[in-house]
Design a binder for this molecule. Structure first.
Ligand SMILES: [Zn+2]
Length: 154
């Protein structure tokens, strides 16, 4: 199944999550969006997937954004004196991502295609954003497994 179909089914699961949460219209819009995007995450294990191509760009940018934010949380001018630290942390995170996907890459439809990973993904969203998006993310992620007809617990 290709990515537009996964996003469509993810959106349907998102609508179900929004209904279950009795979400207001604006919130429902975001919940459906999160679910729809989350439906692409399991295929991160696939070299040519849309999510992989996106992550290859988004992860390094986020790594440096995180590095700057964690080093200079309230003073942007500290970027220059701390340039080396920021560079090293940003490169370290980017490198870790590359190493994991290059050498420790799970086989396609392996660990990423399990309800366990869906739960971990939901948990991470919960820590960063709270219950509604966590449920939306879990629903979207699980929709991918459902659409692949590949539902395993672990
Ligand atoms: Zn898949």
């Amino acid at each position: 199944m290709n990515w537009p179909e996964h996003m469509f089914i993810g959106a349907l699961f998102g609508i179900a999550a929004a209904v279950a949460l009795n979400a207001a219209m604006v919130d429902a819009f975001f919940i459906v969006g999160v679910a729809s995007l989350s439906s692409l995450v399991p295929d991160i294990d696939h070299d040519s997937s849309k999510i992989r191509k996106t992550a290859d760009i988004v992860v390094p940018i986020s790594a440096f954004a995180f590095s700057i934010a964690s080093t200079c949380s309230n003073d942007l001018f500290c970027i220059f004196p701390h340039f080396n630290e920021i560079l090293i942390l940003g490169l370290a995170i980017t490198g870790l991502y590359m190493i994991v996907l290059t050498f420790l890459r799970p086989k396609h439809r392996g660990i990423t295609h399990t309800l366990f990973s869906a739960a971990v993904f939901g948990l991470v969203l919960y820590l960063f954003s709270g219950f509604p998006f966590a449920l939306a993310g879990f629903a979207g992620y699980a929709s991918h497994l459902f659409a692949d007809k590949h539902i395993k617990v672990i």
